[in-house]
Design a protein around this ligand. Structure first.
Ligand code: PLP
Length: 376
């Protein structure tokens, strides 16, 4: 070991196996259909500036962990928005606008989703209202305003911003483009997931003859993880081991997988992994995740900054990778799993393994990025 052996042990908090695991492609594609997935790709690939994001081989890290390959999907290069979220909100805006230039779209957001909605609205010349809580940074709010959105700050947390968004949107007949589902609001979150699944189409096209054996998927409300699993069902011939990773302060998928039903978490501490700090798995993702996730793992914030720095200075691959706070957990959970020999064995991680990790975002908040990578 050269990169990792400095006495530092990479930590995970909890690891569980899913008792109800059974990956059934047809069942998964009932929740997000082949047509919905294909429509998203066919639309998005025509967008101005579209090109697949890189799939980077973390060759130095795979060598050190004794794995065959670690493939890192680098979403820092996604359009100008530096996050996979660009695929979801903007696609949902396009779907619900149906070409009507007079509608006004709205959303509540912690940052990246709203940026995608604002950008999608700008693309189509639509007005856009974005609701953010008082905890969303100035920089993130400013980024959405720069895209032409009216940014409305709401006292309290994300839930409060969503309540205000629903209230004002109902009063003013604005079309809500939310990435979470609730009763009778399932279609738009599905569009966002269909947009995210484009990542798996690209990955399927980028793979050489190696099959992916393991995939590690970050989860907030579970939309991205479920979309990628639907993408696996749609595009891959084999079924890799699926692992969901979450902050230990907001492990809502892990807790739900434990009991087999949606469990709400009372978040007592906001994680650095801001986009993943969600207390409840969303309805459509849950229908997919409840059976198709093999394992869940939760992480403290401890190794986030260190991992961002190592990715950024080309310690894990031949390239420097700009990885935001929500990009690090895939790599951290892989290292932590490999350092725990029992877990490594249980997960069947060995020299034949090809592991896919998702680099969800780049420096979407540049100030935060600089602060974290310069921290240690
Ligand atoms: C920036 C960002 N937001 C949100 C999420 C979570 O996505 P979802 O809420 O769809 O699970 C992630 C990664 O999982 C992320 O990187």
């Amino acid at each position: 070991m050269t990169i990792l052996s400095n006495g530092h042990l990479w930590k995970y908090s909890e690891f569980i196996a899913n008792k109800n695991y059974s990956f059934e492609k047809e069942q998964i594609l009932k929740s997000l259909s082949k047509k919905e997935i294909d429509d998203a790709y066919l639309s998005i690939k025509e967008w101005n500036g579209y090109s697949p994001t890189p799939l980077i081989n973390l060759n130095k890290l795979s060598h050190e962990l004794n794995l065959n390959k670690i493939l890192y999907k680098d979403e820092s290069k996604r359009f100008d928005l530096k996050s996979f979220k660009a695929l979801g909100g903007a696609y949902a805006v396009q779907k619900i606008s149906k070409g009507d230039k007079n509608i006004i779209v709205s959303t509540a957001t912690a940052g990246n989703h709203g940026r995608s909605v604002a950008w999608g609205a700008k693309r189509l010349g639509l007005k856009c209202k974005i609701f953010i809580s008082e905890f969303v940074s100035e920089a993130r709010g400013q980024a959405m305003a720069t895209l032409g959105a009216d940014v409305i700050k709401v006292k309290g947390n994300y839930e409060n911003s969503l309540i205000e968004c629903i209230k004002q949107s109902t009063e003013n007949n604005w079309q809500i483009v939310q990435d979470v589902a609730w009763d009778n609001y399932l279609l738009v979150p599905k569009y966002t997931m269909a947009g995210y699944s484009v990542m798996m189409k690209e990955i399927a096209d980028q793979l050489d003859s190696n099959k992916i054996t393991h995939v590690i998927l970050q989860a907030g409300v579970g939309g991205m993880a479920a979309a990628m699993i639907a993408g696996i069902a749609r595009y891959l011939k084999n079924i890799p081991t699926t692992i969901v990773v979450e902050p230990d302060s907001a492990a809502c998928v892990l807790e739900s997988i434990k009991t087999g039903k949606i469990e709400k978490i009372d978040i007592k501490r906001e994680s650095l992994m801001g986009g993943m700090s969600c207390g409840e798995v969303s309805l459509v993702p849950w229908e997919i995740l409840k059976n198709s996730v093999n394992y869940c793992i939760s992480l403290p914030d401890d190794d986030i900054a260190k991992t961002m720095k190592l990715l950024g200075n080309a310690s894990f691959s031949d390239e420097k990778i700009i990885a935001g706070e929500n990009s690090a957990p895939g790599v951290i959970s892989l290292i932590a799993s490999c350092e725990d020999q029992k877990l490594k064995k249980k997960l069947n991680l060995n020299s034949n393994s090809n592991v896919l990790v998702i680099g969800c975002e780049g420096d979407t908040d540049q100030e935060m990025y600089k602060k974290l990578v310069n921290q240690n």
